[in-house]
Design a protein around this ligand. Structure first.
Ligand code: HEC
Length: 193
């Protein structure tokens, strides 16, 4: 009798545990690699591309007098600003088969489209503002599809960041200092491929 209930107990414990594991990995897993890790990898690539574009295309061309970057780059035939380079390439990747999305957002956006669009984005912006060294993650739904939303602080790494944002007529904030958190990069990783 004791033995029987022990076996039953262990069996139900195993069932419970496997059920629990199934749910947790199903909710946070993109093809075997934890979705948080996927977001970290994408963040590294996005940041590297942005830094390279800023330093070796925009700043180099400007120093040579060959081309400048400006906000109205389409009509003025100039180079896109680094923020626009990021947003435009994101537009292409969200339509790819991988359905991966990313975006620059802020509590003080120059472009109102870059403000928080949901409570989850607002929570992420506030959390990374207070704790910039740790990304904020949560699972969010987009229609019937679940995504891991990962939000990484975006800091004023150079004088150029604060110079431009503080002087911009559409900026709601004009007192950014070097190293301040100016906003965030939000990355959306689909949890089912
Ligand atoms: C020459 C001006 C300029 C510089 C330099 C610049 N930005 Fe921006 N930034 C903009 C503009 C304009 C936008 C809005 C782009 C759009 O329409 O989406 C923007 C957008 C952003 C956003 C999204 C929220 C918003 O304000 O719309 C963040 C975050 C951001 N920039 C951070 C930075 C950081 C960090 C740096 C430095 C590494 C930087 N910016 C350098 C002009 C600039």
């Amino acid at each position: 009798m004791i033995r029987k209930s022990l076996v039953l107990g262990i069996a139900s414990l195993l069932l419970l545990t496997s059920g629990y594991l199934g749910i947790s990995s199903g909710a946070k897993d993109a093809g075997g690699i934890p979705a948080e890790k996927v977001a970290d990898m994408l963040h590294a690539v996005i940041e590297s591309n942005r830094t390279f574009y800023t330093e070796h295309v925009v700043e180099r061309m400007q120093a040579k007098g060959a081309a400048v970057a400006s906000e109205n780059w389409r009509s003025e035939k100039t180079l896109p600003l680094p923020a626009q380079f990021l947003q435009e390439s994101a537009r292409l990747s969200v339509n790819s088969k991988a359905k991966v999305g990313y975006k620059l957002i802020s509590l003080w956006p120059i472009n109102k489209q870059n403000g928080a669009k949901s409570d989850a984005e607002q929570r992420g912006l506030t959390a990374t503002q207070q704790n910039p060294d740790r990304p904020h993650t949560e699972v969010v739904m987009n229609g019937a599809d679940a995504y891991l939303m990962a939000i990484y602080a975006d800091r004023a790494v150079s004088q150029a960041c604060i110079g431009c944002h503080n002087a911009h007529q559409d900026s709601p904030r004009h007192d950014f200092k070097q190293n301040d958190v100016m906003g965030a990069i939000m990355i959306m990783v689909p949890l089912k491929l």
